[in-house]
Design a protein around this ligand. Structure first.
Ligand SMILES: Cc1cc2nc3c(=O)[nH]c(=O)nc-3n(C[C@H](O)[C@H](O)[C@H](O)COP(=O)(O)OP(=O)(O)OC[C@H]3O[C@@H](n4cnc5c(N)ncnc54)[C@H](O)[C@@H]3O)c2cc1C
Length: 326
């Protein structure tokens, strides 16, 4: 049973908030998660998601967080209810790419793809295995784990400031996992939204992922199989904060993916998803005083790598909360 006043109050019910809550619960703390919206309406729900460090600020801690999360995802890959599965795939480039892609750092033995197997227009490619995460399934899994571990999930109005937490909770530790919401909440002018749009279609039998470089800035072609569906992407538009689907962009995503994989032609669109990647020059994982003797552990600003870093950052939040708790 949760204690009447939790030990930790986590703001944000995306992948970073739910992962942090779960790590805190597993360390023995009582936890409430507070979100302004359902997990399925977060940026996290729109992510592809492929494990691999991409579009995130420079930070020497990133390699460790990514490695911890990789181990975690590999363990979860044996449980189909988690939505996590290690999958083989191809990362293709328009020019000569002599070295394995940066996203494969930490993965064993990426192999150069045979040029004859590349889709039209690509000159080099690298094949490797990596965890692919069906985010709606994984977010449900995390919610289930948080509840089963005794945590509480609350939905309410967006907080206007961190000081407003005083009206909601007496928890000694506050954890700020508000993603792009931190821009107004903290406030933090260093945050830039990088809009991402994807399309979901039925899976015509694809079992491998594909990531392909594009000549157009703000575009990247990818296909991630999620069991009965495939997620097709996508856009990377810095400074655009609209979450309304752009139907012209969706048509362009479909056309680019069909050019790579003809079996996708003519399939009905099941869903359009849009999210705002919370990009910051550096991930903010640090503690600051709330001003009333309590502390806020910030865990936001993971850009295009929030899923990849989620469990490593959650472990760091848990260690920091343990230190603050004495
Ligand atoms: C199209 C796309 C593809 C992506 N692909 C990948 C990928 O392949 N691999 C990868 O690692 N990452 C990927 N990402 C990036 C990843 O999705 C993000 O880094 C990650 O979801 C950030 O998670 P978060 O929990 O910090 O934020 P969010 O998911 O945005 O969650 C924030 C939470 O905080 C709540 N909140 C915000 N403001 C307030 C407030 N004022 N008061 C109360 N609650 C508030 C929200 O309601 C929400 O619950 C992708 C993103 C997009 C958009």
């Amino acid at each position: 049973m949760p204690k009447p006043s939790p030990d930790a109050f986590v703001i944000g019910a995306g992948v970073c908030g739910l992962s942090s809550a779960l790590a805190l619960l597993r360390s023995g703390l009582a936890v409430t998660v507070y979100g302004a919206d359902l997990p399925h309406r977060s940026t996290s729900a729109a992510a592809g998601a492929l494990w691999g460090v991409h579009l995130v600020g420079e930070d020497e801690r990133i390699g460790h967080w990514a490695a911890v999360t990789l181990d975690h995802f590999r363990a979860l890959g044996t449980d189909p209810s988690s939505g996590v599965k290690e999958v083989a795939g191809l990362h293709a480039f328009l020019g000569d790419q002599a070295e394995p892609p940066d996203m494969t750092a930490g993965l064993p033995s990426p192999a150069r793809a045979d040029k004859a197997t590349l889709p039209a227009g690509y000159r080099t490619g690298w094949r490797y295995r990596a965890p692919v995460i069906s985010m709606p399934v994984y977010l449900d899994y995390l919610v289930g784990q948080v509840i089963a571990s005794g945590g509480t999930l609350r939905l309410g109005q967006p907080l206007r400031s961190l000081a407003q937490v005083r009206d909601l909770s007496a928890a000694p530790v506050i954890v700020n996992c508000t993603g792009i919401g931190a821009r107004e909440l903290v406030p933090d002018d260093a945050m830039t939204p990088v809009r991402g749009q994807v399309v979901v279609v039925p899976n015509p039998g694809l079992t491998e992922f594909f990531v392909g470089e594009r000549a157009e800035p703000e575009r990247i072609t990818y296909l991630f199989p999620h069991g009965p569906t495939v997620l097709l992407g996508g856009t990377e538009q810095p400074g655009i904060a609209s979450t309304a689907p752009d139907h012209a962009a969706a048509g362009e995503i479909l056309a680019a993916c069909v050019a790579v994989e003809p079996r996708l032609a003519g399939l009905p669109v099941l869903a359009h998803r849009v999210g705002l990647r919370p990009l910051r020059p550096q991930v903010r994982l640090e503690t600051s005083p709330l001003g009333d003797g309590r502390h806020v552990v910030h865990n936001y600003g993971h850009g295009g790598a929030g899923v990849t870093l989620s469990w490593g950052c959650a472990q760091a939040v848990s260690a920091e909360a343990a230190r603050l708790h004495g």
